[in-house]
Design a protein around this ligand. Structure first.
Ligand SMILES: *Cc1c(COP(=O)(O)O)cnc(C)c1O
Length: 397
């Protein structure tokens, strides 16, 4: 099956469900055992991580451990991403938290990309260091030279390609090659590319995490995370995830199943509109630079061409410096672009950001305005007009 057909068929079994096309929602905490022998076997299976064969999951014995529907969805996402295993979690944040805490211990060294998503950085600085993990930030464009930052205790290299504010595309194969030679795990945040446009395991990644809140859900109506990994990393990550108790709710499983079916059409449409808007924005006098991996002046554009098959609907623009009052006039008056966090939904969004205050390994040289744009499913002409009017207000007209 081709990718689009797989996305339609995987993770649901209508004829095990009275012919109903969509999987049932299992609301539940208690799961009953028929006999004492079943009860004892359930306990054993659940904690015997090492006995789990690849692509098999023990059947859930309690609501926190999943449901038949969440296991089906996990299996589907495992295939789509090309991993050995996957774990669904309560949020993107709990996905990277469980993955990092599962693989790191006191005294270990973590290499973290300087362009990483803000809350990942906060986890490192506020929590991981408190538990004795040493964290070094590195330049997203470092490539194979990451080797020079390896220490005897380096355990994980974390990549996020492209960075979800500044869009540097990382040379993951070069990083993975260096890491593999030293037995260091490569963990990737694959939320932007998704399994639709990127194949992290072909690039050498060992663990891939997602905010399923974004393109998989696609409707700004839920929060969910996904961890996928190679076999050898499943046990420590699963254990940590279970101890965190960061499971997801029954309705979220259903909404993610539903979102998944239309993801290809949404993401391709958003990609098309985003690229056209990005090119148009480039021609506007207030715009200094457009940071979009599919445009040649984005750092790592050549790597994007080699490693990705598409570009989703999230990018940033750098504007000339203007007084904050004029920026407020631009943003407050927009009709189609809402100001709010998250992305990947059907509605367009825009937020200002300032990497200067965040970076430590690299210097953000630009002093003007930075805006991140999430392109939704509206008609492009309406979006263009909204931004054109906004830019007019920005220059004080
Ligand atoms: C949103 C986001 C996350 C966190 O996901 P939540 O589902 O909001 O917890 C992680 N990484 C990236 C790149 C994100 O944009």
């Amino acid at each position: 099956m081709k990718k689009d057909t797989q996305i339609i068929h995987l993770g649901r079994s209508p004829h095990k469900n009275f012919g109903f096309v969509n999987p049932p929602v299992y609301h539940g905490s208690t799961v009953l055992f028929k006999t004492l022998a079943d009860y004892e076997a359930g306990e054993r299976d659940y904690y015997d991580f090492e006995k789990l064969p690849v692509n098999e999951y023990c059947s859930p014995t309690y609501g926190r451990y999943g449901s038949p529907s969440s296991i089906e969805l996990q299996k589907a996402l495992t295939v789509l991403e090309g991993a050995d295993y996957s774990i669904l979690t309560s949020s993107g944040v709990s996905a990277f938290t469980a993955a990092l805490m599962g693989l790191l211990r006191a005294g270990d060294h973590l290499l973290m990309v300087d362009s990483v998503y803000g809350p990942t950085r906060r986890l490192c600085n506020d929590e991981l260091t408190r538990f004795g993990v040493e964290v070094t930030y590195y330049d997203p464009m470092i490539g194979g030279s990451i080797e020079q930052l390896f220490k005897p205790n380096t355990r994980v290299v974390y990549v996020e390609s492209p960075g979800s504010l500044t869009f540097e595309v990382q040379d993951i194969p070069a990083i993975a090659k260096a890491a593999r030679a030293r037995g260091i795990a490569v963990m990737a945040d694959n939320t932007w590319g998704t399994f639709y446009f990127s194949k992290p395991y072909d690039l050498g990644v060992d663990v891939s995490i997602h905010s399923a809140t974004k393109y998989i859900a696609g409707h700004s109506d839920m929060v969910m995370g996904l961890i996928t990994c190679r076999k050898e990393y499943y046990e420590p990550i699963l254990r940590c995830f279970r101890h965190m108790g960061a499971c997801l709710g029954a309705n979220e499983v259903y909404l993610a199943q539903r979102g998944l079916r239309t993801m290809p059409v949404r993401i391709r449409q958003q990609e098309k509109t985003a690229l056209e808007l990005a090119k148009w924005l480039k021609t506007q006098p207030e715009v200094v630079k457009v940071l979009h991996p599919a445009l040649p002046d984005c750092p790592g554009h050549e790597i994007w061409k080699r490693d990705f098959s598409g570009s989703s609907g999230l990018f940033s623009i750098l504007l000339k410096p203007f007084p904050n009052k004029q920026l407020a006039a631009m943003l407050d008056g927009l009709h189609h672009f809402g100001m709010g966090y998250s992305w990947g939904g059907y509605e367009s969004l825009i937020i200002p950001f300032n990497p200067k205050k965040i970076r430590t390994a690299t210097k953000w040289e630009y002093d003007g305005i930075c805006l991140r744009i999430n392109v939704g499913l509206e008609d492009i002409e309406d979006l263009k007009q909204d931004l054109a009017d906004g830019l007019k207000r920005l220059r004080g007209a």
